[in-house]
Design a protein around this ligand. Sequence first.
Ligand SMILES: [Mg+2]
Length: 241
Amino acid sequence: MAIRKEDVRAIIFDLDRTLIKSSLGFDKALSKAANFLTQYFKRQGHSISGAKIYGTLRSIAKSFESQGLYDRDEWWIILLRKLGLSHLSGKWVHEVTMLYWRTYIAASPPYPDAENTLRTLRKRGYRLALVTDTDGTPGMKRKRVKALAFYDLFETVVVAGEDTPKIKPSKMPFTFVAKRLRLSPKKCVYVGDNPKVDVKGAKAVGMQTILVKRHGLKADRPTLVINSLSQLLRIFKGLDG
Ligand SMILES: [Mg+2]
């Protein structure tokens, strides 16, 4: 099926792995947290290898991500439980979360074509918005979004799980963004990298969907698949064309 581009007034984006290269940030942030925890446990008299801690954290992160649970504090608490160190649990675990996010932000640059694509689409008259899930630490996602060089281009930003009770692929954040834009979802196209979370939810409210192929996941039938953001410029040439 082809995109009905003549219907499109707004182009709504996902953030992580769509506009910013956050898989790198995730790896670095997890290593940093693992190093911190290894040193901390050592100081408390528990010698556990960094590799074991990193490996355990990765599996915790993976299972949490598949369940849509994003609160990093929980990751470290579960790690403590798995290592039999629950007695060490305390308020300090939140410090690890903040260290994680600082590292994540510093190591998650925008894709090279993100800013130019967004600026050009805006110049061509398309309205732009962002729908992204909460980071689990309230306010953190909005802080990350505000730090983007192209933040000013978004007419509205919906942080699902904070602005709406449910996260993607619930219909809620997609219905909410269309309402904020005062547009029918039919006039919106949603661009994301995750076939399950992004394509499914947006499609369910009647938006057209474009999947940016960042990894080898099979798509839940988006309207279109692209390999890079700049391909959007070949599709959306202006509101009258
Ligand atoms: Mg994403």
